[in-house]
Write a protein that binds this ligand. Structure first.
Ligand SMILES: CC(C)(COP(=O)(O)OP(=O)(O)OC[C@H]1O[C@@H](n2cnc3c(N)ncnc32)[C@H](O)[C@@H]1OP(=O)(O)O)[C@@H](O)C(=O)NCCC(=O)NCCS
Length: 202
């Protein structure tokens, strides 16, 4: 009986919140100058930070899940878009608790599925030269960076890390917990740290 009441309250609360998340995120997108279509589905609160230099364009049917009630795979964090460069997200893209840190240029194609807690970085954040790294005024601007491109119909397994300068080819799959340090051709499955070729997609 108590369990039924608990589940009922949970359902009603979840439903009520679902009417808040998407409009709230649209407002945050708008205030950050994000270009987006009407057809967004946002579950849970996310963090959006776009600088004056940053540009974000999002296609139709973006689905974002964040937080305990909407990302059941564990190690939940808010989805984060931190954009100082150019971020383009295509149509019909889904992601859960993903962090996209765009200092330079990130392009995500259509029909892309990005597994929970994946992070995508187009910069090393810090210089590899310690004399520059300890000088906060020079460190960030001297960090290596490179465009990240994720082509159409890619599926990225949970907890993966996509590093600067890589292209993941169309219809390819990245195994869970992989670290992508170099380009992945189309129609292939790669996994591991650093990711290695596993097999062709059937
Ligand atoms: C990559 C993946 C798709 C492969 O699945 P599969 O086709 O069933 O492949 P198999 O399980 O037969 O594994 C094939 C080989 O790859 C290895 N492998 C599979 N996944 C791996 C991973 N994530 N990291 C490292 N190696 C992996 C296996 O150990 C196996 O190696 P072997 O041939 O030396 O024995 C799957 O393992 C995976 O990671 N799925 C992602 C799940 C996920 O994160 N979903 C998103 C949730 S939000």
């Amino acid at each position: 009986m108590v369990s039924h009441i608990y589940k009922g309250i949970r359902k009603v609360t979840g439903l009520a919140l679902s009417y808040i998340y998407t409009p709230y995120t649209k407002l945050i997108f708008y205030l950050n100058g994000v270009k987006f279509s009407k057809h967004l589905s946002i579950n849970g609160f996310m963090k959006v930070f776009v600088t004056r230099r940053g540009q974000v364009t999002i296609g139709k049917k973006l689905l974002i899940n964040s937080g305990h009630n909407h990302n059941i795979i564990g190690r939940q964090q808010k989805t984060i878009f931190w954009v100082e460069g150019k971020l383009i997200i295509g149509n019909n893209v889904g992601m859960s608790s993903v962090a996209i840190i765009c200092n330079h240029d990130i392009e995500i194609g259509n029909d892309v599925t990005i597994g929970g807690n994946t992070v995508i970085y187009d910069t090393d954040f810090h210089s590899l030269d310690s004399t520059i790294r300890i000088d906060k005024s020079k460190d960030k601007t001297n960090a290596k960076k490179g465009k990240v491109t994720i082509k159409n119909r890619v599926f990225i397994g949970a907890h993966s890390t996509i590093l600067k300068g890589v292209t993941i080819g169309e219809n390819s799959i990245i195994g869970a917990c992989s670290v992508i340090t170099k380009d992945i051709p189309a129609n292939e499955i790669w996994a591991g740290n650093p990711a290695k070729f596993i097999k062709r997609v059937k």
